[in-house]
Structures are given as C-alpha cells and as structure tokens.
Design a protein around this ligand. Sequence first.
Ligand SMILES: NC(=O)c1ccc[n+]([C@@H]2O[C@H](COP(=O)([O-])OP(=O)(O)OC[C@H]3O[C@@H](n4cnc5c(N)ncnc54)[C@H](OP(=O)(O)O)[C@@H]3O)[C@@H](O)[C@H]2O)c1
Length: 352
Amino acid sequence: MDKSTVKIAVVGATGNVGRMMLKILEERGFISENVHAIASEKSEGKKVSFGDDEILIVEALENFDFSTVDIGLFSPGSKVSAIYAPKAAKAGCVVIDNTSCFRSDPKVPLIIPEVNGQDIANYKNKNIIANPNCAIAAIAVALKPLHLKNHVKRVVVSTYQSVSGAGKAAMEELDQQTRSLFTGTPTPAENLPRPIAYNLFPHIGEFEDSGYTGEESKMREELKKMLSSKIELSATCVRVPVFVGHCSAIHVEFEKPFLVAYALEILQNAPGVQVMDADDPMDYATPLDAAGYDDVFISRLRQDASHPNGLAFWTASDNLRKGAALNAVQILELLLEYKAKQKAGSFRLSVT
Ligand SMILES: NC(=O)c1ccc[n+]([C@@H]2O[C@H](COP(=O)([O-])OP(=O)(O)OC[C@H]3O[C@@H](n4cnc5c(N)ncnc54)[C@H](OP(=O)(O)O)[C@@H]3O)[C@@H](O)[C@H]2O)c1
C-alpha cells in the first residue's frame, strides 16, 4: 500500500478541516479515485473540490461501509467521532481523528510526526490515532528541537486563535457581524460566546472548576502526552477576529540557561519551523503571513527577562494546516512508511 493505492475516507469533508484535508491530499500526490468525501446526510450529493481540477460527490456517513477503505481521516466533531471512529476501526480501517474525542485515551497515540513520530506503532492498540489540538501543535513543533538540547520545565503561553478554529459557522459569523456593524444593525453572537467582530475574548472551550477553559487544559495535557509528562504549562486562550492563522506568545523555562544565538541556530535547522526575523526585527510573522503555509513561523526570539533559564518567542501558523489537516495527512504518510518498513524489516522513520 502506497500513496497511489491507499483508499481513504475523509469524514467531515464539507467542513473547514475536511476541505483542507482534500486539498492537502491532492497537493501531496494522493489519487482522487481512491478518496471518498463523507459528511452528514444533509450534504449527501453535494460537490467538494479535490485540488483545482477534480470534484468529489459527498456520501452520507450513516451508509458508508468502512471495510472498503484503508484509512479514515475524521473531523466530524467529537460526538460523531465517538460513535463512528470505533465502528470504522472495527471494520479494519485505521482512523486518524482530528477531534478531541480520543486524545487523552492512553491506548490511542497522539502524534505530531516531528515530535513523537515513533509512537506510530501504537496505532494497533485500537486502530485509532489522534491528531492534537491546533493551538498546541504549533508550539510542540517549536519546543521539540529545543527540548532535545535542554529540557523544557515550564511553559506560560497566551494564544491568539482565529475563528476558523471554531468551524465554518464561526467564520460566517465574523463575516456577517463585520458587515452588519457597517450598516448599523449589529447581529448577535450565535456560534461564539461573544460578538467577535472588532472584539476578542479569553474564552475557548467550556469553563472548568479550575478556572481554566477546556482548550487551555487540552493544551497542557496534550503537551505532556506528546513531549514529556514532566512539563508544566499554563495557557490563556483568546479568540481574535482573524479568519485563518493562530498565534502564540510563549515563555519557556528550561533546565539550564539557553543562549539565544544557540536556540536560534537549533530552530533554523529544525523540521517544520521557519525563523522569520533573524536578520530584520520587522520580519516577524502574523496570521496573514502564515495562512496557506505548512511551516510554523517563529519570531521575536529573546531572553526571558523574568528568568535566567528562560526564552520568549512568538509563533504564527495556519491552524487548518499544521494544526489539523496537514498534520493528519503527515500521520497518514508516516503510517504508510511504517507499514512499508515493517514489511521490509527496517524501522527508522522520517518526516517530510
Ligand atoms: N478548525 C480547526 O482549526 C481544527 C483544528 C483541529 C481540530 N479541529 C476539530 O475538527 C472537527 C471539525 O472542525 P471543523 O472546523 O472542520 O468544523 P466544521 O467546519 O463545522 O465542519 C464539520 C464537519 O463535520 C460534518 N458533520 C457534522 N455532523 C455530522 C454527522 N452527524 N455525520 C457526518 N458528518 C457530520 C459536517 O458535515 P455537514 O456539512 O454535512 O454538516 C462538516 O463536514 C472539530 O471536532 C474540531 O474541534 C478543528
């Protein structure tokens, strides 16, 4: 089984993440004839793009036979994944799930190929692999190469998350609210907790007894699962009126002091990241710069003035790509490589 033969079902194919999965599958050489676009019954028969030239007809999840495909790329929301991912897995299809449904299950590997690709072998536990939260994915990619040289002890982060992270309805809400403010007839918040046009709010996910939100707790738990259980993280997640692209202001405490020049050199040579402003401080990255790109952009790297072992930096990334669809397709590529190498008796894995 390789890119030209693997049979794939994209579940949630009409959504933000699903549409991006179809685009990335085409970009990375998968074949449209082998791909099924799946969504809810109300979307059955609709058309979705696979690259610039191909169209797929949407099929309903309820009637789909998962024994006919090798891989399920799932993003239909947690409640739907909870029901259909185990069914698909039982039918012999390996599920790569973008929702939060299985991320904390100890038997389900939670994978970013650049961070913990070696965990891929554990897919066999349940035939399910989880894809991490979009905000922590970018941060973990940046922290891994630094952690390899000098262990991360503690992370304090504030995120600036775009509305596409909350689905297509939230994007429409930002669009409508912005237009209606111009015409003097403000529209109320429906899919987001507060008006988002010309506003922002520190509220992503449900509030918990601890005072953190679900999104903030997920970031902490998922970093521990992927990088090291010893790392502590405190996050404040903020929704901002941006369509695509998540940013984070990050303060990291390491075990030992970290020279900025050495950290810069490590990041410049690390997979999946691009340092933007090494030559000119004006070249820092914004969501607009990151949207449409695969890499996590890093800028504003500096000594943390509040701690001798600390660094501070800024990340910008496309939340629909590295935060979701790209990472899922990279997991799929890693799985194909793993299976091929296992067959050949060689286990070293790479990431592109
Ligand atoms: N957006 C991000 O940056 C991001 C990042 C990481 C993870 N995720 C996670 O990925 C999931 C999807 O996010 P999204 O932004 O793509 O949401 P979205 O734009 O609202 O799309 C939801 C998709 O799920 C489908 N769906 C909903 N109910 C269904 C059902 N009962 N049966 C079959 N399909 C159903 C929808 O199909 P219809 O059009 O037919 O309703 C649509 O294709 C969420 O769990 C989210 O937390 C999102």
